[in-house]
Design a protein around this ligand. Structure first.
Ligand code: NAD
Length: 257
């Protein structure tokens, strides 16, 4: 049987790293990618040390040509692409009234343009090989509900939901599904950054904002990257083939829709 293949962006740490580990454990050959090429290389080595298949490549998802090059590198290393996980993202903690053009420019280029280039590059490869595929995008509970101090971030994640729905409709005829995962409060460096920045607005010490916001989690604990990777494994795997256009919340019960 041909080994299925995946590309995961933003996979040098955090949620992307956990997704890369999980898909490799599921039997896929994984190209671990990140703007931090050294970090991506380390994660690929960790995966190989477990006996699974992984390579790595540096890629800034803001660069459309680089993303198309990434998909080609995956084909050269592992064969035709089956799964694209557009995970790379950045956060910004700022009041809406303080948000300036350069703030929007940066966060939209990574979180929205970057996802669209991944969708385009993956779709082109999947249409060319003709056996369909799965495209899986990073959204957030911030894609379902506005949040104070996170206005620009929420806007980018609402946009990811829109891209996910449209791509799902445009690509269904090619056997390509497109979905998004929507985590809540995951204990990664991104939340360290949110905690510090929110702290300067709220006057809380280190860990204070995280502790306060964590009270919203019905299941009573901060989410792990592996909690997210489990959903992505389903979306990429044999049981996930009939789901498309969905932005699925996995957040321990913060948002209930
Ligand atoms: P993180 O900051 O810990 O890791 C993000 C990774 O993306 C880093 O390795 C970083 O180098 C990489 N990256 C940043 N800009 C890039 C670019 N231009 N090109 C390629 N790679 C780039 O974040 P995380 O918590 O692991 O989040 C991963 C994804 O999940 C993001 O899209 C984020 O918005 C989303 N998300 C996170 C949370 C959370 O609570 N942490 C919640 C909901 C959604």
């Amino acid at each position: 049987m041909v080994r299925r293949t995946a590309v995961v962006t933003g996979a040098a740490r955090g949620i992307g790293r956990a997704i890369a580990h999980r898909l490799a454990a599921d039997g896929l050959a994984v190209l671990v990618s990140d703007i931090d090429a050294d970090g991506a290389q380390s994660v690929a080595a960790e995966i190989r040390d477990k006996g699974f298949t992984a390579t790595s490549a540096g890629c800034d998802v803001r660069d459309r040509d680089a993303v198309f090059g990434l998909v080609e590198a995956s084909r050269a290393a592992h064969g035709d692409l089956d799964v694209m996980v557009a995970n790379a993202g950045v956060v910004q903690v700022k009041r809406l009234l303080e948000t300036r053009p350069e703030d929007l420019e940066h966060i939209f280029r990574v979180n929205v343009d970057g996802v669209l280039w991944c969708v385009q590059a993956a779709a082109e490869a999947m249409i060319a090989h003709g056996r369909g595929g799965r495209i899986i995008n990073a959204a957030s509970i911030a894609a379902h509900s506005g949040a104070d101090y996170l206005g620009a971030y929420c806007a980018t994640k609402f946009a990811v939901r829109a891209l996910t729905q449209t791509a799902a409709k445009e690509l269904a005829g090619h056997g390509i599904t497109v979905n998004a995962y929507c985590p809540g409060i995951v204990g990664t460096e991104m939340w360290d950054q949110i905690d510090t920045s929110l702290g300067s607005y709220l006057g809380t010490a280190a860990g204070g904002a995280l502790a306060e916001y964590s009270k919203l989690i019905a299941l009573g604990r901060v989410q792990t990257p592996e909690d997210v990777a489990g959903l992505v494994s389903y979306m990429a795997g044999p049981d996930g083939g009939y789901m498309t256009g969905q932005s699925v919340i996995v957040d321990g019960g913060i948002e209930m829709v």
